[in-house]
Design a protein around this ligand. Sequence first.
Ligand code: NAD
Ligand code: TDX
Length: 344
Amino acid sequence: MRRFLVSGGAGFIGSNFVRHLLNAHPDYHVTVLDKLTYAGNLDNLLDVQDNPRYRFIKGDICDAALVGAIHESPDRPHVVVNFAAESHVDRSLLDPGSFLRTDVQGTYVLLEAARKHVVELFLQISTDEVYGSILEGSFKETDPLNPSSPYAASKAGGDMLALAYHTSFGLPVVITRSSNNFGPYQYPEKFIPLFVTNAIDGEPLPLYGDGLQVRDWLYVLDNCRAIDLVIHQGAPGEVYNVGASSERVNLEVAEGILRVLGKPRELVRHVTDRPGHDRRYSLDSAKLRSLGWAPSRSHEEAMEETVRWYFDNQWWWRKIKSGEFLEYYRQNYGERLRGGQPLG
Ligand code: NAD
Ligand code: TDX
């Protein structure tokens, strides 16, 4: 039995990864440690909650005593996979402090405990945003970090610390930096689930600026397969980019969603841009591909599957789009939507 500690496992990518790990490896045991912030949701893990190889602990990765106790328990982990983070760029513009706390300090607490208790592997889940924007070509793992938002800067801090723990203490750290994920169970503050769920309800789709920014879209289940591969074949101290080379302009993605749902283009509203908005992300994932990874389906297939999932699982997101979500929505979009322009 190989035991995993998956921090942030009740969030979007973490919960998909926990499901993947339990299904793909019948001899693996998973402990999820999650604070259940606004983005953490046990509904994401309903189908594994009775699995005897899974347990859930509600707690904060910044809580050194709790993290230490997990490492000292009989179920202590061989492998730590850290998904826990404040993860939304727009929220990092409203409240940078919570990002520094979880994404930097929390990563430090996990690293320190892993060093003290000697783990086989520490996998830090990172992002293409640490490289910043690139207008031509694609970032390699060796390129310098140039983060734009407090979110990206905090993630870059976590990465640097993780690599320093490898260099200074020999901790077997591996980092994956993936591009924008999409798929089931993504909190509807992010671009694709926000636009899909708004479109289902006939609400406006708030497109930032000219909508010509480019993101390199990655289906979440393909990211889970990449993380699995890196756990088994990645080399300590190495960074692996994870991108599907599926670059799309935001406006094109919005129009695709409306097409699948049979909704009018007029729902798109051009609204005030995000400050410091990165124009384009692009990853060179040759290093990962050389280990044998490739996306499992085309971008269009994965998008259709995703849109259908949100259409079929309204029980999941209707609960979320109330309370805290509405408060955030008013704060981030209220003014923007009052001044928004319909698509020309
Ligand atoms: P998410 O916001 O959906 O989930 C984050 C999870 O972490 C939530 O369950 C939340 O409750 C938990 N969490 C937050 N603070 C915590 C704390 N202090 N202690 C314990 N748990 C805490 O995020 P996501 O989209 O699933 O992203 C997961 C990871 O992948 C993050 O590290 C993010 O930076 C990275 N990433 C995300 C994307 C993407 O497109 N979503 C792309 C690249 C990298
Ligand atoms: O309402 C919106 N309107 C809009 O035009 C939102 C929420 C987004 N956008 C644009 C901004 C981006 O160009 O869509 C694009 C995608 O936005 P997000 O979903 O917020 O993602 P992004 O800022 O690219 O960051 C994401 O990818 C990297 C994740 O949120 C991060 O966690 C990950 O690290």
